[in-house]
Design a protein around this ligand. Structure first.
Ligand code: FEO
Ligand code: CA
Ligand code: CA
Ligand code: CA
Length: 651
């Protein structure tokens, strides 16, 4: 979901309501901005000379395309159906409502129910993780797909519901169906005769939901009084996970799922609670996008002011064990987590990168105290409970400094309202504000290049950034198209040190249409009319270290005139930042979850919210992708992309 969807109290403003009050530029921002304009100009020029990033002097120079990606670009136009580059297949693998558990009923249009939905594939697939079978192998033909179900579109799920009437019309049962459609699915998938299929009711099949799945809480905030509710006096046992956006995998074979926009589900007047400042800082306004609070006390902050403190975490579970208890790892902080990217450092410590996706929010990094032991899977499962959380401060001089968020140090003390590390973690945004972290243009996915060890952050957009708030890492005011930042930890390749207190960084690309100077876009000079992108959101790397970017323009899709989809580019050499268009989503869908099999021959992608647009409903949707049958609504789905000849994607 994207901040550019309709504003006001409409149900589509789900990513970003801008709750960081620190809007005016700080002194540090002003100093950074002054340095940064110089650094940006110098940095881009330098990059252009060395690696062809948008060098003006290169425009119009004709020579063979320098990209290592050989596919002919897909059609860069909005259509009812999806499409992929010539020579590739794009097969729908599993759709909303398809059976997941052994006794799940078949999907019946217009008849979604809580009981059926808890056994069927959930709504609005986002993150996709491929876990080879057996555990510990690199099998590329058989494995588990772990999929996040971020949110629901009731106007596309239920007959007779519109955006305008949903708040007052949705029944308790429909709200429960929505709750069951949130969460995750685990499905077993196998490639048979070159085609992927789901093994229905396989022994690893699992549904996790907001409605009913028990989860544990671990780390410094577990059991804290602010984590307790009437239903859970221990503060260590939560029902459900909420708004699971992107995520990540650990080298020990568990999944990390990121709870993002949890704020939009809670009703009640936050000013009447002891948590008023906290609720305000995470965007809980008393005007939720979902009417669940009309039917359930836990969704009303006047009745359960601590319930929102139990969401906004990174949740870890073992997909290879369908009975495993998911655990909310509080050491990684509470905010609108977008992703969780794990790196094992040369010293064995584990780094997790995770962004807080909202305008003017921050990038974080967790570093474990313990060390990864490839021979001790059980011990690795508690590594994320003990370590140091850091927040990023970018300087105009091309350094990113990691500021530790440790209770008792610096300003994180009782006199500033932090009585324990639990307060630092629950009020993570406020702690980061006090530490002078850099306010970014919506940090979404973060990934590490497996070849070079450099780290890439997608910044989707921020149309609220004013000219006096421009700085080096956010170089455009009214940033409608987003950009990508490259961070360079010290060292080389796999030996880079992701525990270092300072990295180098630069702007990798500025999205938008390079043919329109007013966009201020910067790519490789040979980026084609099809290769430009808007609103980078999720990303993945292939085995060769090439960056694959998925986009989420929201309602700007129609205005921009291009579909969301997959783009790919080299990050090094002559084709650096030369993005090429590979796959187009169907109308009004966003692209999520890019995930390669270990051999690089399959790319799984998630088509989220097809047909989500003004006036589009179950009865009259903007597209009926992927089934295109009368009476069948559009259905979010996972798509398996393979090359017709079975070769490596992108080649
Ligand atoms: Fe759910 Fe930040 O996208
Ligand atoms: Ca998104
Ligand atoms: Ca996202
Ligand atoms: Ca990713």
């Amino acid at each position: 979901m994207n901040e550019t969807m309709r504003g006001g109290p409409g149900r589509f403003k789900r990513d970003d309501e801008g709750s960081n009050p620190a809007r005016g530029p700080s002194l540090a921002d002003i100093i950074d901005a002054k340095i940064s304009r110089r650094a940006l100009l110098g940095g881009l020029a330098g990059a252009a000379a060395g690696s062809a990033l948008g060098g003006i002097g290169m425009i119009g120079v004709a020579h063979a395309a320098p990209s290592s990606l050989t596919f002919a670009e897909a059609a860069h136009e909005i259509a009812d159906d999806h499409s992929v580059a010539a020579g590739y297949r794009a097969d729908v693998l599993i759709r909303w409502g398809d059976p997941v558990l052994p006794d799940a009923p078949a999907f019946e249009p217009g008849k979604a129910s809580p009981a059926a939905q808890e056994r069927q594939f959930g709504y609005n697939n986002d993150y996709v993780g491929f876990f080879p079978l057996p555990v510990g192998s690199s099998n590329a033909n058989h494995g588990l797909l772990v999929v996040n179900h971020e949110y629901t579109n009731p106007e596309l799920m239920f007959p007779g519901i519109t955006e305008a009437n949903a708040a007052t019309t949705l029944t308790r049962e429909q709200c429960e169906t929505e709750m069951a459609a949130h969460g995750l699915s685990v499905v077993e998938v196998k490639k048979v005769d070159g085609r992927w299929r789901v093994i229905e009711g396989g022994r690893f099949a699992r549904r996790l939901s907001f409605r009913s799945t028990p989860m544990a809480v671990s780390g410094p905030a577990a059991g804290h009084p602010r984590m307790r509710t009437a239903a859970d006096p221990t503060g260590k046992a939560v029902i459900g996970t909420l708004n699971n956006c992107a995520g990540g995998k650990t080298p020990w074979g568990t999944v990390l799922t990121a709870e993002e926009n949890f704020h939009q589900y809670f009703a009640g007047d936050p000013t009447k609670t002891a948590e008023a400042a906290n609720l305000k800082r995470v965007g809980i306004t008393g005007k939720p996008n979902y009417p669940w609070g009309r039917h359930f006390d836990r969704m009303n902050v006047e009745k359960e002011p601590n319930e929102p403190n139990r969401f906004g975490w990174i949740v870890e579970f073992d997909p290879y064990d369908p009975t495993s208890l998911p655990v909310k790892r509080t050491a990684l902080g509470r905010f609108k987590h977008e992703a969780a990217t794990v790196v094992i450092n040369p010293n064995g410590r584990v780094t997790v990168y995770t962004g807080d996706d909202e305008r003017f929010e921050y990038l974080y990094r967790f570093v474990s105290s313990g060390r990864f032991d490839p021979a001790d899977r059980a011990a690795n499962k508690t590594l994320l409970d003990d370590g140091v959380l850091y927040v990023a401060k970018f300087t105009g001089s091309g350094a990113v400094k990691w500021i530790p968020m440790v209770w008792g140090e610096g300003l994180l003390t009782p006199s500033n309202g932090f009585a324990a590390q639990a307060d630092v973690l629950i009020d993570c945004r406020r702690a980061a504000d006090m530490l002078g972290a850099t306010k970014l243009d919506r940090p979404e996915d973060v990934e590490t290049n497996p070849v070079t060890g450099k780290v890439y952050m997608m910044l989707t957009n921020n149309t609220n950034r004013q000219p006096n708030q421009v700085d080096a890492p956010n170089p455009r005011a009214k940033n409608a198209f987003g950009h990508v930042i490259e961070m360079v930890p010290p060292g080389e390749g796999a030996k880079r040190d992701h525990t270092a207190s300072e990295y180098a960084w630069n702007v990798f690309l500025l999205a938008g249409d390079p043919g329109k100077p007013e966009h201020g876009a910067r790519y490789h000079a040979e980026t084609s009319g099809s290769g430009w992108l808007a609103a980078p959101d999720n990303c993945a790397f292939d085995r060769k270290g090439r960056l694959w970017i998925s986009t989420d323009q929201g309602s700007a899709q129609a205005k921009n005139g291009i579909p969301d989809g997959m783009y790919a580019c080299d990050t090094e050499g002559a084709g650096r930042a030369l993005t090429r268009f590979f796959y187009a989503c169907p109308r009004a869908a966003e692209m999520c979850g890019p995930e390669f099999t270990p051999d690089g021959t399959t790319l799984f992608v998630a088509v989220q919210h097809p047909a989500e647009s003004e006036g589009s409903t179950f009865d009259k949707p903007a597209t009926r992708w992927p089934d295109f049958k009368d009476g069948m609504p559009p259905r979010p789905a996972i798509v398996a992309i393979t090359r017709a000849d079975g070769g490596e994607i992108g080649s």
